[in-house]
Write a protein that binds this ligand. Structure first.
Ligand SMILES: Cc1cc2nc3c(=O)[nH]c(=O)nc-3n(C[C@H](O)[C@H](O)[C@H](O)COP(=O)(O)OP(=O)(O)OC[C@H]3O[C@@H](n4cnc5c(N)ncnc54)[C@H](O)[C@@H]3O)c2cc1C
Length: 463
């Protein structure tokens, strides 16, 4: 991984889940591409790392599954799922040709494999190289000013891709505006355990009841990952005793308690307390954003990685078409891709906010799952998380009506009616926002120091 010089068809900034696959796919098409990354891999990033069947399918097409499996990442094909009082253990849905249902691979492993694939495909990969400025010709972005340990230099390109994450430099320099911004309602902490009892079959545990929300999954390196999503009301307890509060929450979920009963925690408890979810303007003359640079959703459904992979595939195809024409045609292709992005991810964006919301879920939602499960169709629900079904196709008016009637039978009538009225109003507002986005009043700084993740909690190894 060396210094790139000269002129490329495309320069991509950021070499993780969005940038590296994009560079790989472009290079395989014979497109000249430089991939710029300020970090030096292997390097971790503040992100959990659970992803689903559709993301695994993209990784398979990229040809990196063997390397991930060599790192000891099991394919997880079963889910132990609880939502309020509905509990089941069922297969995670897969389509024919899928290599697995879910997986969880630490980012220092996953991102290194992805960047290596880009280099093998022929991209010029520059690590420890930071994008610091945009070059412009007659108002159109025409390349980047970058800095590496030896100094600053320029890279010219017909297209600059910002795959540089939430604090995207490309977005800031290009003036991309945020819209439909929402704030998280729960924090997230996770930890890894060795010698955990993972049972006879790798199983993803997802339990959400009352104020509790926990996930557990076997990961690479023979470890077991536990994630807890405390509400902000737990903040004082977490500040006073992170380890005690984390373990109390982890043990309140029966299958997770069983898995870690004889296990030992390795490494620190890490997490994030506050983040902002958003869309950003996707493209402009000579530039386009991919992955978190352009769109970040609540991590509750664990969709950021698969969505970045999904976007890389769609964007590489759009770029290949655009590069065959004039700069004007290329910019039009990027604008069209941006419209596709918003259309493709808008409904899931709101669903992610709902899954990460504080408090009990509205009573109708567990009822929708209960009815699907009773008909042997729990897969319909999990395919929402696989990004293979749109929320509007699963949470149909008919299903919501049936669920409301059942919820009225099981719960207090005023509560259910108030929840349904709120859901209806919220749905109408969101549909309007999808058509007429609400832009953030001002764009906060995107310097890394101002990252919206305000707190990273760490506890010493002491379990
Ligand atoms: C707390 C938390 C938990 C999460 N948990 C999950 C989960 O379990 N599953 C899941 O699917 N998703 C999860 N996500 C989301 C996931 O992390 C992101 O969606 C995913 O990393 C997006 O990949 P990306 O390539 O777009 O951006 P990033 O992974 O952020 O990569 C951007 C890269 O750009 C580089 N960069 C930035 N600026 C510059 C510059 N100026 N010059 C050069 N390089 C630059 C950075 O160094 C970085 O390597 C979580 C996110 C958070 C915050």
């Amino acid at each position: 991984m060396s210094r790139a010089t000269g002129t490329f068809d495309v320069v991509v900034v950021g070499a993780r889940c969005a940038g590296s696959p994009l560079a790989t796919l472009l290079a395989r098409e014979g497109i000249t591409v430089a991939l710029i990354e300020q970090a030096s891999f292997p390097s971790a990033t503040l992100s959990s790392h659970i992803f689903e069947a559709d993301g695994l399918a993209v990784l398979n097409r990229l040809g990196v599954i063997d390397r991930l499996q060599a790192a000891g990442a099991p394919m997880v094909n079963r889910v132990d799922f609880r939502v309020e009082d509905v509990h089941t253990v069922v297969p995670w849905p897969r389509e024919s040709g899928d290599v697995g249902g879910l997986a969880s691979v630490r980012r220092r492993v996953l991102d290194t494999v992805l960047a290596d694939a880009a280099e093998q495909a022929g991209a010029s990969v520059c690590m420890s190289t930071k994008a610091v400025g945009l070059l412009k010709d007659e108002g159109r972005v025409s390349g980047l000013r970058v800095a590496d340990p030896t100094g600053e230099f320029e890279l010219r390109a017909r297209l600059v891709v910002g795959a540089d994450g939430r604090s995207s430099t490309v977005a800031r320099l290009a003036g991309a505006r945020k819209y439909n911004v929402t704030a998280n309602q729960r924090a997230l902490y996770w930890a890894y355990f060795e010698a955990a009892d993972m049972g006879s079959e790798p199983t993803f545990v997802s339990h959400r009841w009352g104020d509790r929300f926990l996930l557990g999954i076997p990961i690479d390196g023979g470890l077991y990952q536990v994630l807890v999503w405390p509400e902000f009301s737990e903040r004082a307890r977490l500040r006073a005793d992170l380890e005690g509060t984390f373990m109390e929450q982890a043990r309140s979920c029966e299958p997770i308690a069983k898995a870690i009963a004889g296990a030992r925690r390795v490494d620190k408890i890490v997490g994030a307390v506050r983040w902002e979810c958003y869309f950003r303007d996707a493209a402009g003359p000579g530039w386009v954003l991919a992955g978190d640079a352009g769109h970040f959703k609540d991590p509750a459904p664990g969709r950021g990685i698969s969505d970045a992979l999904h976007q890389a595939e769609a964007l590489s195809a759009a770029i290949a078409v655009g590069l065959a024409g004039s700069d004007e045609r290329l910019d039009e292709a990027m604008t069209r891709w941006g419209r596709w992005r918003d259309d493709e991810f808008a409904e899931h964006y709101w669903l992610a906010s709902d899954l990460g919301a504080a408090g009990e879920l509205p009573a109708v939602l567990p009822e929708v799952f209960r009815a699907l499960h009773a008909k042997g169709r729990a897969d319909v629900f999990f395919n929402l998380i696989n990004h293979r079904a749109k929320p509007s196709k699963v949470l149909t008016p008919r299903r919501i009506l049936g669920a409301t009637l059942r919820a009225l039978y099981r719960h207090r009538r005023p509560r259910v009616l108030a929840e349904v009225a709120t859901l209806g109003a919220q749905d109408r507002r969101r549909r309007k926002l999808n058509r007429h986005p609400e832009y953030a009043a001002h764009e906060p700084s995107f310097e890394p120091a101002d990252d919206p993740i305000l707190t990273t909690a760490r506890a010493r190894r002491s379990f």
